[in-house]
Design a protein around this ligand. Structure first.
Ligand SMILES: [Zn+2]
Length: 315
């Protein structure tokens, strides 16, 4: 089910939060002199969040503090360099310096409103901030942690163990059998919303085994083959979504583990008609689930999901 027109790199860049254009230059994170020079640069930019994790925007533009407005005596985390060389930092507790008329929005809204690079920058900064907030004490000895390496490592002040930013891999998969794909829904979702199946990767598990296990556990379906599609940073609070396409051995569904309230096979025509009639709601364009369904419709039936959604009733 691969799409010969593009690569996984191109597909990933198309995913929300995955179009960051920043060189992380991680080799400089322990170079205090270099970092101090970047911090003092008149071109330096600073990402800020308020206490609720929201970022300031004006219209569809992300507002960053500049060198003149960012307080100089506060610790910052270095995020990377823009193409022109401007350094970008994460500034914790700097929200009071943002323009007074700024509008504050959460990451999900940022994903739908901001240009792809800005959404990616916020996802990166939010993910790092989430980890810093959740990493105060050593998980081995309970000692206090101190951020080092420009905010990208935490060192235990007691046992000297190093702690690294955590990312939790989760697979998400569109399973097909002949002319239909498998979508499911959880009881908590809004009525008539269906999505591709997903779940966290477990210790000692390959991504492909995670795909097989999740589909079997949630829908009782045996996957006979799967391929990587694309990935998406998903810092809610620390996931990395790994999208797959897969083929099923047979269609008989058995909701094995109770995670799904319902799962069904949908043909392309069934999706188009149900979306247009309002009987089926798909995940937001923000999500990789949306991209996987879009990809499946396009490669299997030449149907553009955005065209279908344009004619759907507003949810
Ligand atoms: Zn420790």
């Amino acid at each position: 089910m691969s799409d010969s027109r593009d690569s996984s790199a191109a597909r990933s860049r198309h995913n929300t939060f995955a179009a960051l254009e920043l060189e992380r230059v991680s080799e400089h994170r322990d170079d205090t002199q270099w970092l101090a020079a970047q911090r003092a640069s008149p071109h330096a930019q600073f990402v800020v969040f308020d206490a609720e994790g929201r970022a300031p925007v004006a219209g569809d533009r992300l507002l960053l503090l500049d060198a003149a407005t960012a307080p100089g005596d506060v610790a910052v985390s270095f995020l990377g360099l823009r193409r022109g060389g401007a350094p970008v930092f994460l500034l914790r507790n700097g929200s009071s310096r943002a323009p007074l008329d700024a509008e504050w929005i959460g990451l999900r809204e940022a994903g739908t409103r901001l240009p792809p690079h800005d959404a990616g920058l916020l996802a990166y900064a939010r993910g790092l901030a989430n980890w810093q907030d959740a990493t105060r004490y050593c998980s081995c000895c309970g000692g206090q942690l101190k951020l080092i390496s420009a905010g990208h490592r935490a060192l235990c002040t007691q046992c000297e163990r190093l702690h690294f930013p955590r990312t939790d891999p989760a697979i998400i998969v569109i399973v097909e059998h002949e002319d239909a794909c498998l979508l499911g829904r959880q009881a908590l979702w809004r009525p008539r919303q269906y999505s591709t199946l997903a779940g966290f990767v477990e210790p000692g598990e390959s991504l492909e085994d995670a795909v097989r296990r999740e589909v079997r556990e949630e829908a009782g379906i045996e996957v006979i083959d799967c391929d990587y599609h694309s990935s998406q940073p998903w810092p809610f609070p620390a996931s990395l979504m790994l999208g797959f396409t897969a083929r099923a051995a047979a269609r008989e569904i058995h909701l094995a583990d109770g995670e799904l309230e319902d799962a069904r096979w949908f043909t392309a025509q069934h999706i188009v008609e149900s979306v247009r009639s309002g009987e089926l709601h798909l995940s937001s364009p923000l999500s990789i689930s949306h991209r996987l369904i879009e990809h499946w419709l396009r490669t299997r039936s030449g149907i553009e999901l955005m065209d279908v959604l344009r004619t759907a009733p507003q949810a």
